[in-house]
Design a protein around this ligand. Structure first.
Ligand SMILES: Nc1ncnc2c1ncn2[C@@H]1O[C@H](COP(=O)(O)OP(=O)(O)OP(=O)(O)O)[C@@H](O)[C@H]1O
Ligand SMILES: [Mg+2]
Length: 304
């Protein structure tokens, strides 16, 4: 459930690396219990933003507050209540998965759990990995899973994940998204970056699109689903140009693309009207689908 409490706020957040911009004037508020997808292509500034939030780098300008407190002054408390996976995770490879995780858990919570912590064991049981083996024998995906587990194991209020699914096979990805949904049920707030858009669609309440360091768009997934319109594809026995003409009044011909003898367009109008017009024609094939988030992404990206 998404609460009214604000868990994180970025105000005018700007980071310049020497002269080249990392991010510029990013404003964003994340509510408690929200799953937020932070999207953008390579170099857009996702990792920069996340490193600023965690306090690994300092902003050039702007402010960050987490749990209602300024990010720079309460670093220690913030770190205890945040779980984090960096984009390029580095692990102590001479330790076993278990040794590494229990060691980190002790550092974070200040308590020793020996070899047993219920939350940790429950997280581990989701993934089929030999945690008693040394990390240096783990594959890329297995290391990423250790990273995911450590981000959640101390039961933080806020979890910040920089491309968490990189290197995970489809089964592990499925398990990961299950975990996110379960943590959402538990009231956790999750901020995750990704450039694989379809994956965020499944779990996110809102997505933000970052382009060349600027947050160009923030949208609720539910609103997007309602307002998205449809991608329509039609194939008729007649030349496609002729079909486009017949559809005049329903879609503008300039909005229609002709691909492989098919007409494709984005339709946001009255469905009854479209079906009525199609009923007057001979139709060989008809596809009408909700655009994927990729389409939304590219539409905003190209418009700006
Ligand atoms: N340490 C650094 N020194 C100089 N420039 C940097 C540094 N880190 C990032 N940048 C620049 O800042 C911009 C944003 O990079 P960032 O790593 O935040 O992107 P990203 O969205 O995480 O990309 P990716 O999807 O590839 O991980 C890029 O132009 C990058 O070249
Ligand atoms: Mg990155």
């Amino acid at each position: 459930m998404i609460r009214e409490t604000s868990i994180m706020e970025l105000r005018g957040l700007t980071k310049y690396y020497r002269s080249s911009p990392g991010i510029m004037d990013v404003n964003l508020e994340i509510k408690e219990g929200e799953i937020f997808g932070f999207l953008g292509p390579n170099g857009a500034g996702k990792t920069t933003t996340i490193r600023l939030i965690i306090g690994l780098i300092k902003p050039t300008k702007g402010e960050i507050s987490v749990f209602g407190k300024s990010g720079t002054t309460n670093h220690r408390e913030i770190i205890r209540n945040i779980g984090y996976i960096p984009g390029d995770i580095g692990l102590y490879t001479e330790l076993s998965g278990n040794e590494y995780l229990y060691h980190l858990l002790k550092l974070r919570t200040g308590k020793s759990y020996g070899n047993y912590n219920e939350n940790l064991v429950s997280l581990q049981s989701r993934f089929n990995i030999r945690f008693d083996k040394k990390i240096k024998t783990y594959s890329k995906g297995m290391r990423q899973i250790v990273g995911i587990i450590q981000a959640f194991m101390h039961n933080p209020r806020l979890v910040i994940l920089d491309e968490p699914t990189s290197g995970l096979d489809p089964f592990m990805q499925e398990e990961f998204f299950d975990l996110i949904l379960q943590e959402k049920e538990n009231g956790k707030t999750v901020f995750l970056s990704s450039h694989i858009l379809s994956e965020t669609e499944k779990v996110c309440d809102r997505v933000g699109i970052l382009k060349k360091g600027r947050l160009i768009h923030v949208e609720k997934m539910s609103r997007y689903r309602k307002m998205a319109g449809k991608n329509v594809k039609i194939e008729t026995p007649e030349p496609p140009e002729r079909t486009v003409e017949k559809l005049g009044g329903i879609v503008e011909s300039r909005d229609c693309k002709i691909k492989n003898g098919r007409i494709e367009f984005y339709y946001n109008g009255d469905m009854q009207e479209l079906i009525g017009a199609l009923a007057q024609m001979q139709i060989r094939d008809f596809v009408c689908e909700t655009p994927r988030i990729e389409d939304l992404f590219f539409r905003y990206y190209e418009e700006e």
